[in-house]
Design a protein around this ligand. Structure first.
Ligand code: SF4
Length: 433
């Protein structure tokens, strides 16, 4: 039955909507006026550090490996200026969540990381009061850096490992050493972070079911609280794209096996990619951020910011020379008082965003809340929701529409099928550099 709804399971990862490939140059808009009418008491603060010690073959994130010596310091100075502009122009009243990602934020040395936290505090954000996450790679973790993160109140640390087999990691274009992986995990486990997350990838060239299960077993053995499993997507301009990858697609089978293994090891599936230990982390927070309704303030080149009706960022690229030039442009900006690249969301796009974020990443789509916000009936307006239910991919409990376990397996087909025609067209026409 499901085959009648979707041609492929792996259409795309709908982690945000609209996708950044739909962003274009905007008529410059004043930052202060853009945020004037927005709710500002439970914002998400995201800071992007576009630097890594290596460029992995599968990665299309906005980052460069081994930037020139003074670029990171110049970048931090610019973050400082941008934060000051945000404070003055937007006037955040409170933060409900924060994350530092990239790139590899632990690529920064200790004084640079200290500077980063002083910028965060300057914005009025105290990581110790809210869910606060920090990304890292095994080779860049040190005791001193973890100590700083812990004392600053970071409660979730996320480490990209991808595979516990060196050969497999190398096939992913990631020159990772197992010695560093195990040393990093030992070190991480010696700090009482509430959540340690490990990222793994399946579908790599040469990966077998038993090598994939081996990596999962290693994560389970380390008893980390959270695991993200990512299907490999071969993306334009990345190293993997140039490797003439031609392995039979076994991703779905690998995924199903992983799901079964993680659930039997005591993990709960939260989304297609995210599994969490059943015991919840202690809740020490007073505010909560809702990704469907609250705004996001992005700091840094490549970071996205969201108001209800405008999503914006710097430009986006994958090739090294273009990323470098976007970072240089960011550093050279005389001020941060206006926004000139992104997408305007009309009512229909806001509705679609609410549905996609709720059904794929949240606790389900609250049809009553949707009706309160938009004055419309999602169930009637989006026949796909009824089709998903008829096909056994979603189920309705009162006003809440949730994906079934099989529906979650089809997330990468369901998400893109909810994109509007105009966003799909913008994505298709995007000239990736
Ligand atoms: S996967 Fe992570 S470490 Fe590798 S290039 Fe991308 S951001 Fe950097």
């Amino acid at each position: 039955m499901t085959k009648t709804l979707f041609n492929t399971i792996y259409e795309g990862y709908a982690y945000s909507y609209p996708h950044k490939h739909s962003y274009r140059t905007l008529t410059p808009q004043n930052l202060r006026s853009l945020w004037q009418e927005e709710k500002k008491d439970a914002l998400f603060l995201y800071i992007h550090l576009p630097f890594c010690e290596m460029r992995c073959g599968f990665c299309n994130l906005f980052t460069i490996a081994n930037p020139r010596a003074n670029m990171v310091d110049a970048y931090l100075e610019t973050l400082d200026r941008e934060a000051a502009a945000i404070k003055e122009q937007i006037g955040p009243e409170g933060f409900g969540q924060m994350a530092v990602g990239g790139g590899t934020p632990t690529f920064l040395d200790l004084p640079q990381m200290e500077k980063l936290f002083s910028i965060i505090h300057q914005l009025g954000c105290n990581p110790g009061d809210i869910p606060a996450s920090f990304e890292m790679s095994p080779a860049t973790i040190t005791k001193e850096k973890l100590h700083l993160l812990y004392t600053q109140g970071i409660d979730r640390v996320s480490v990209g490992i991808q595979s516990f087999l060196e050969q497999e990691a190398h096939a992913l274009g990631r020159p990772q050493k197992n010695k560093e992986v195990y040393a990093a995990l030992d070190l991480l486990k010696s700090y009482p972070f509430e959540t340690v997350n490990v990222d793994l990838i399946y579908g790599a060239y040469g990966q077998t079911l038993s090598s994939w299960l081996y990596s999962l077993q290693e994560v389970i053995r380390y008893d980390v609280r959270e695991v993200f499993i990512y299907p490999l997507y071969v993306r334009p301009l990345t190293g993997i794209n140039r490797m003439d990858h031609a392995e039979e697609d076994s991703r779905f089978m690998f995924y199903r096996e992983a799901k079964q293994l993680l659930i039997s090891a005591g993990y709960k599936q939260i989304s297609m990619r995210m599994f969490q230990k059943k015991d919840p982390a202690p809740q020490r927070y007073t505010r909560s951020y809702s990704c469907q309704e609250d705004g996001m303030i992005g700091l840094g080149a490549g970071a996205r910011s969201y108001t209800q009706s405008v999503h914006y960022s710097s430009e986006y690229a994958v090739a090294r020379q273009h990323i470098r030039s976007i970072i240089e442009k960011y550093i050279a900006r005389p001020d941060f008082n206006h926004v000139d690249y992104g997408i305007m969301l009309n009512k229909e796009e806001q509705q679609r965003r609410f549905i996609i974020k709720s059904i794929l990443h949240g606790d389900g789509l609250d049809l009553r809340r949707y009706n309160d916000l938009f004055g419309r009936h999602a169930w009637l307006e989006y026949p796909l929701l009824q089709e998903l239910t008829a096909d056994g991919l979603a189920w309705l409990e009162g006003d809440l529409l949730r994906l079934t376990s099989t529906g979650v397996d089809y997330s990468d087909a369901i998400g893109p099928s909810l994109y509007s025609t105009s966003v799909k067209q913008l994505i298709n026409e995007f000239e990736l550099q």
